[in-house]
Design a protein around this ligand. Structure first.
Ligand code: ZN
Ligand code: ZN
Length: 152
């Protein structure tokens, strides 16, 4: 008997398949992707020094697909020129990583702020618990009065 039936819909063709690990696309779509990657790589090999924009135009492969290949380092030492792709956050053209330097910095700061906010939220929750334990909670009406005062 099969328990914990592990299936999902392919995000591309919507076919039901059994994912291996975190697969989002089915084996058929993955095979098609690999074929496209091979095609693009061969095209670059046959056209050394080609610019990425020309590659996208001439192969007819979606730019997103080619950008992802660049991001994964699949064109290293391939002779592709201008191998840039947009920052996943702001769209600025970059050559390494997922985000441009500015966004990487911003995201790091945001992550730190988020962590700090989570910590203070936790502290509030803990002090509320402490109050509750000592019977010193605000009554609901008192709380309402306070919050409507703040709104005015
Ligand atoms: Zn599929
Ligand atoms: Zn950016």
């Amino acid at each position: 008997m099969i328990t914990n039936l592990n299936i999902r819909n392919c995000v591309r063709c919507n076919k039901i398949f059994m994912p291996v690990g975190g697969d989002k696309i089915c084996p058929d779509c993955r095979a098609a992707d690999l074929k496209t990657e091979e095609y693009v790589k061969t095209y670059v090999r046959d056209h050394p020094g080609i610019m990425i924009n020309d590659l996208i135009e001439q192969t007819g492969v979606p730019s997103k697909f080619i950008w992802r290949m660049v991001q994964r380092g699949q064109f290293e030492h391939s002779g592709l020129r201008g191998a840039e792709y947009p920052c996943s956050n702001c769209g600025k053209m970059i050559k390494h990583g997922i985000y441009c330097e500015m966004c990487a910095d911003k995201l790091k700061t945001n992550a730190q702020k988020f962590a700090a906010a989570m910590n203070s939220k936790q502290r509030v929750a803990e002090s509320n618990k402490a109050h509750a334990a000592s019977g010193k909670t605000f009554s609901n009406s008192m709380y309402d009065a306070l919050s409507s005062a703040r709104e005015n």
